[in-house]
Design a protein around this ligand. Structure first.
Ligand code: ADP
Ligand code: MG
Length: 326
């Protein structure tokens, strides 16, 4: 590398938009020293993005910086946490100043908006791989878990589904709005915090609604019915599908059900809390939509407007399944 790893760290990663007072020692020493706020539980998550697996090789560097942090903040959002700190392990094939500048700008723009301080990391040479670990807080025993749904609870999602998968499907023909949904997903931290004490269970949708809702049901041996005409679809999604040929018509259902990379929240709410949830989340730009309900009978039933069952063509992405690389 033309620049040493120390030059890179100093030049691109030490200018911080955020300085939190619980960070006693941040980047520069052998480890960060952090003061946990009183009366808060610490939540920790980590996610790796590998070039060519988690994002196309030609993804803009700013989008990679954004998304590496966003997917972690989305996990914190699904727990109802407030985000606080992050660490960044960056493996680079070369030290390209333009790439690093854009990567850091994407990362820090998102970090700044959510008050997240970068507190350390690791910089190595190799195939492009970005790992971010994020840390957040909730009040004691308030974290939203995947377990906790009960038969009769309503199932909701934030925002709209299928946009990112449609952008991936359409490649260069995707509109700017669809592409932004793939490259710059917006973690739903505000929604997650508002759901504390009201939702019975929550998960973020990274691998597709059916796969992730499946995780939420599995542990409890529950099932669900989904009203798949009611899945929230963006105007850009509907307009783009109208422009595609008729062999793509199954995408109207299959992308919102099974397309990955939405980073919306899927959560369940007991009937008596639904009005308050709808009122609170209705005040956020992403809003929320009821899409079905939890049932005692295992399995997910996709039901059309006319009452017929729909058999989805695709299920979620799995790294180690035959025929899919990981
Ligand atoms: P060590 O060799 O002791 O592990 P490093 O040389 O890897 O330390 O890192 C020096 C300092 O820079 C540490 O505080 C580390 O957390 C930080 N750091 C390294 N890489 C990054 C990065 N990509 N982003 C943020 N901080 C980093
Ligand atoms: Mg050291």
């Amino acid at each position: 590398m033309s620049e040493t790893e120390f030059d890179i760290i100093r030049r691109y990663f030490t200018r911080q938009p955020v300085n939190r007072n619980e960070v006693l020692t941040g980047i520069g020493d052998d480890a960060a020293v952090l003061q946990l706020p009183a009366d808060r539980e610490l939540l920790v998550c980590i996610d790796t993005l590998v070039a060519g697996v988690h994002f196309p090789e030609d993804t803009p560097a700013a989008a990679i910086g954004h998304k590496a942090l966003a997917v972690n903040l989305s996990d914190l959002a699904a727990m109802g946490a407030e985000a606080a700190w992050a660490t960044l392990a960056l493996t680079l094939p070369e030290a390209d100043p333009d790439w690093l500048e854009a990567f850091a700008s994407g990362f820090f723009a998102l970090a700044g908006r959510h008050g997240v301080q970068l507190i350390g990391g690791d910089t190595t040479r190799g195939p492009l791989t970005v790992t971010v670990q994020a840390h957040g807080f909730t009040p004691p025993e308030q974290a939203l878990l995947r377990t906790g749904a009960q038969p009769g609870d309503r199932i909701y999602v934030t925002g709209t589904l299928g946009d990112a998968a449609l952008a991936l499907h359409m490649r260069d023909d995707a509109s700017a709005q669809l592409r932004a949904r793939l490259e710059y997903p917006e973690p739903r931290l505000g929604a997650g915090c508002l759901l504390r004490g009201l939702a019975s269970a929550a998960i973020d949708i990274s691998d597709g609604l059916l796969a992730d809702l499946g995780h939420l049901l599995e542990g409890n041996g529950l099932g669900a019915s989904l009203r798949i005409d009611q899945l929230p679809r963006s105007d850009s999604f509907v307009a783009a599908l109208q422009g595609l040929d008729s062999t793509s018509s199954g995408l109207y259902y299959d992308l919102p059900l099974s397309g990955g990379d939405d980073y919306e929240l899927c959560f369940t709410v007991p009937e008596h809390n639904c009005a308050e949830v709808e009122q609170r989340l209705g005040e956020l730009p992403c809003g929320c939509t009821v899409i079905g309900s939890i049932e005692a009978q295992p399995g997910i039933r996709c039901i059309l407007q006319n009452g017929d069952n729909y058999q989805p063509a695709l299920t979620g992405y799995m790294h180690f399944r035959e025929g899919e690389h990981g």
